[in-house]
Design a protein around this ligand. Structure first.
Ligand code: ADP
Length: 507
């Protein structure tokens, strides 16, 4: 109780607006085996608000031994949880979902404080994240097996779909709520137990979700949250990959870390779901509704201040409408984007998450400009707003040897390239080792089908810049990862198929 009061006082000192003052879900311990615990080493680390680097809370810095305890708890819990009925798991998820809806505003406030995105964006994420728990509460009851046609008259052949076991879920900072619910909802629906390792930058939302899981009456050990600083993340991650009691790893994050985890999981032949980086093309053909393409580009590029793996990363605009598009886009950015402390009224966009991100974005822009790119707006940090703000930026004339031309920018910078025919632009769009999302704008129905088929990505938005929802399968091709999340396919990572042959039956 004392700890919670102290935390609340810190929030009040942080100018959090009235709506954010009831942060009852702010916890500063990890959650393992149904208990709120500190690290075995008693070490803690600070979680900072990216708006001003103020400390929000100090939380346990857990190590390999703590990870092993959480895995053991989840493995023990699996023994009984795997025997629950689909209806029981569905009811549990439904209770969790209802509590998430009830506490949406609390969750959004915590999210804004630790991630920096505006309250409006946090509210949207909470709604989106909650929808996965609702979806998987419904899907739980449709995880059916199959009865096959046997080749022999005295046999019955069955396929059962059974939970694989303990699921390790490693999640990033850009969607601290939705990346957990999308994985945990599916894992629990399937009958798996979870050990969640949230990002070191945004673990408070994960702890708030554990608080609600506890309130929903989750059995002990079903949902565990390990908090780790950057110092311990890799070691704890390695344990989650190599511990034989963990049977599936689901990871969302960078391609570089995804490759490390892929290798580490080989030792125990784990099931793997990997949602990795993207480099989304955003193509505007001359037949497009340019107004629509500009409006959609705003959300697709600048949501979460450009820090999403499905963000439009490379704009390609057909020569005939190039100048018009750039002019309208720049105008709209100047009119619609208001950067600042996301918890304040009227702020649309927050800072970047940390200094390494800011330096990376700033370095990419500087290099592009040095190589001849033209800056239409922005082009520099905004230190008057806080240490991690970067101005919304539009660049044209970026040369192909500039790093920004082909790198996932993860910041509020739009690089707009000109093209003159469909074949060429498809070649450029596909000329990347990753393939997560891709967007294009066209009103030519033949072109729509042609281009949608040829884009080498896992998800295509046609005349749409935001396409994710619980009903759809989220995932990439090439080096963007393995598997799909959401949709009816989202549970597959957490299920094994068992073939049962019942022979020598008397007819
Ligand atoms: P980002 O670039 O978006 O921060 P990362 O891939 O670095 O993405 O981080 C995503 C998640 O992966 C975070 O939870 C982070 O702690 C975790 N992580 C980072 N490095 C490792 C590693 N070597 N092993 C396991 N997890 C890691």
């Amino acid at each position: 109780m004392f700890v919670r009061t102290r935390l609340l006082q810190r929030c009040l000192a942080h100018n959090v607006p009235l709506g954010c003052r009831s942060m009852h879900l702010l916890r500063d311990n990890a959650y393992v085996n149904g208990k709120w615990v500190s690290a075995s080493s008693k070490q803690t680390f600070p979680i900072c608000n990216p708006v001003d680097n103020g400390v929000i809370a100090s939380i346990p810095d857990m190590n390999i031994a703590d990870a092993q305890s959480a895995i053991d708890a989840a493995a023990k819990a699996f023994e009984s949880f795997s025997k629950t009925t689909a209806k029981e798991r569905s009811d549990l998820l439904r209770k969790w979902y209802n509590l998430m809806v009830e506490h949406s505003e609390d969750l959004a406030c915590i999210l804004t404080k630790e991630n920096g995105k505006s309250l409006a964006e946090s509210r949207a994420e909470i709604k989106y994240g909650n929808s996965f728990v609702e979806w998987f509460a419904e899907e739980a009851r449709r995880i059916d097996g199959e009865v096959l046609q046997a080749p022999a008259a005295n046999r019955e052949l069955l396929l059962w779909r059974q939970p694989v076991g303990v699921a390790a879920l490693i999640t990033p900072w850009n969607f601290p709520h939705a990346m957990i619910t999308r994985k945990a909802g599916a894992a629990i629906a399937a009958g798996c137990t979870c050990v969640v390792k949230p990002s070191e930058d945004t673990p408070l939302t994960a702890l708030a979700l554990a608080d609600l899981a506890e309130k929903a009456g989750f059995p002990t050990g079903i949902f565990n949250v390990l908090t780790t600083s950057v110092t311990n993340s890799a070691a704890v991650g390695k344990e989650l990959c190599e511990n034989p009691k963990v049977r599936v790893l689901s990871f969302t994050g960078s391609t570089a870390v995804g490759k490390i985890l892929y290798r580490q999981c080989a030792t125990t032949m784990k099931r793997l779901g990997l949602e990795l980086g993207g480099n989304a093309p955003y193509i505007v053909f001359k037949s497009a509704d340019v107004d629509l393409a500009v409006n959609s580009a705003m959300a697709s590029k600048f949501r979460n201040t450009g820090q999403t793996c499905v963000s439009a990363n490379r704009f390609f605009v057909e020569a005939d409408i190039f100048d018009e598009f750039v002019e309208m886009f720049v105008e709209k950015i100047k009119k619609d984007i208001k950067m600042g402390d996301g918890s304040k009224e009227g702020i649309t966009h927050g800072p970047l998450i940390k200094k390494s991100q800011l330096d990376m974005v700033d370095g990419l822009v500087k290099e592009a400009v040095q190589k001849g790119a033209k800056v239409h707006c922005g082009g520099a940090p905004l230190p008057d707003l806080g240490p991690l703000f970067y101005a919304p930026t539009v660049l044209t004339g970026v040369t192909r040897d500039a790093q920004i031309y082909n790198k996932e920018i993860f910041g509020p910078v739009a690089v707009i390239n000109k093209f003159s025919n469909e074949e060429d632009v498809l070649k450029q769009a596909n000329d990347t080792p990753v393939g997560l999302a891709g967007y294009f704008f066209s009103q030519d129905i033949s072109q729509i089908f042609r281009v949608a088929r040829k884009l080498e990505v896992g998800m295509v938005g046609v005349n749409e810049g935001l396409i994710s929802c619980a009903e759809a399968a989220f995932g990439g091709v090439k080096e963007s990862g393995l598997g799909r999340e959401g949709s009816k396919h989202g549970v597959e990572d957490f299920l094994d198929i068992k073939y049962v042959c019942i022979g020598n039956l008397k007819r």
